[in-house]
Design a protein around this ligand. Structure first.
Ligand code: OSB
Ligand code: MG
Length: 369
């Protein structure tokens, strides 16, 4: 039980080691909102996974800033003494905005667990001490560049390669990578770039032994995903379409996918992520931990989540060096066997380095009760 006294919002900007291109756009810098939350028992950190633009979902940094400052933080202040089980209740009057909600809720969970000296992974009931890591590769300028990047990441030890795809280059690129690496775990992610009229693209990939095809169709279209899934051998995985445990249940009932990408920020925080994990585990549906190019703050949280038993596939939990020259926290490193250590310290287990915040923060605002 704690009382939230204040939150500080920090906009950070970190250059990416290489631009990241998806079917919906390209980014060269990671820009996101961090939440530092103070309770009467200590502080906690959360990272908002929204981008500068409302492209992956309807949320974006400036909007999340307002929602956090003017609605979610005041709601938490008004709620008085709360604990992890009751914290989400303070958001009840705010519809949607799961990424903003996740940032402040996760910061509160971190503060509570730090105050109790308990790690997030242990609180979630995770037993694994290391998780298997994959890497998500942006759309490359040429097939040759893509093949070089794939070979590089495999040499580092990554256990699953995910290729971003878009109409035009899709089948040729995926065939080239599969041809060069017949036995690796390989998946593709379309970020909703296709319509059912283009289903032939996915039929052409159906003999490439892909681990999954992620979010081929529109994010609001569970029915057509079910139609496509019925026409393919390859498992579909949904990302953008799953905004809650209710969405996950609907997608599974409809047969829209056979695998779910859990991104805690997309579903309103670590508690809803755990609900999706539990639901999928009950139905023996594999899940894996997605990523949003998080800094070390979000990465630490993802690793705790990915340590839960239902996360049976390698996640997009890559090393700090895959994203940044210098992270905001001590760097997360990939072991040669393609695994990463799950943080064991209290809460998410990391804190941004003060000198890195000095270098990366472009805007900050303190909101007190
Ligand atoms: O669709 O999974 C996605 C990054 C930003 C937005 C959407 C996605 C991604 C990734 C990168 O695939 C995953 C990561 O390494 O964080
Ligand atoms: Mg995705």
């Amino acid at each position: 039980m704690s009382r939230v006294r204040a939150i500080e919002l920090l906009l950070v900007e970190l250059p990416l080691v290489r631009p990241f291109r998806t079917s919906f756009g390209e980014v060269s810098d990671k820009r996101c909102v961090l939440v530092r939350l103070e309770t009467d028992r200590g502080e906690g950190w959360g990272e908002c996974v929204a981008d500068a633009q409302p492209d992956f979902s309807g949320e974006f940094n400036d909007g999340a800033w307002l929602v956090l400052r003017d609605l979610l933080a005041p709601g938490m202040f008004r709620a008085g003494d709360i604990d992890i089980g009751s914290a989400e209740g303070s958001f009840a009057p705010v519809r949607g905005n799961p990424m903003a909600k996740a940032a402040i809720l996760d910061a509160f969970v971190d503060a509570e667990l730090r105050a109790e000296g308990r790690s997030l992974a242990s609180w979630l009931g995770a037993e694994r001490t290391r998780v298997e890591c994959g890497v998500s590769i942006g759309i490359a300028p040429t097939t040759e560049t893509l093949l070089e990047q794939v070979a590089g990441y495999l040499a580092e030890g990554y256990r699953r390669i995910k290729l971003k795809i878009e109409p035009g280059t899709d089948v040729e690129r995926v065939r080239a990578v599969r041809g060069a690496h017949p036995d690796i775990l390989l998946s593709v992610d379309a970020n909703a770039a296709y319509t059912l009229a283009e289903a032939d693209v996915f039929r052409s990939m159906d003999d490439l032994d892909l681990l999954m095809i992620e979010q081929p169709l529109h994010h609001e279209d569970l029915l057509r995903h079910a139609e496509l899934q019925a026409a393919l051998r390859t498992d579909l995985c949904l990302d953008e379409s799953i905004r809650s445990a209710a969405d996950a249940a609907a997608a599974l009932d409809l047969g829209s996918c056979r695998i779910i990408n859990i991104k805690q920020g997309r579903v309103g925080g670590v508690l809803e992520a755990k609900r999706i994990h539990d639901l999928c585990r009950e139905r023996a549906v594999p899940v894996w931990c997605g990523g949003m190019l998080e800094t070390g703050v979000g990465r630490a949280l993802n690793l705790g989540l990915a340590a839960m038993p239902g996360f049976t596939l390698p996640g997009d939990t890559s090393a700090s060096a895959r994203y940044f020259e210098e992270d905001l926290t001590a760097p997360f490193e990939l072991a040669a066997d393609g695994t990463m250590e799950v943080p064991t310290k209290a809460g998410i287990g990391v804190t941004p380095l003060p000198e890195r915040l000095d270098a990366c923060v472009t805007r900050r605002e303190l909101v007190s009760a």
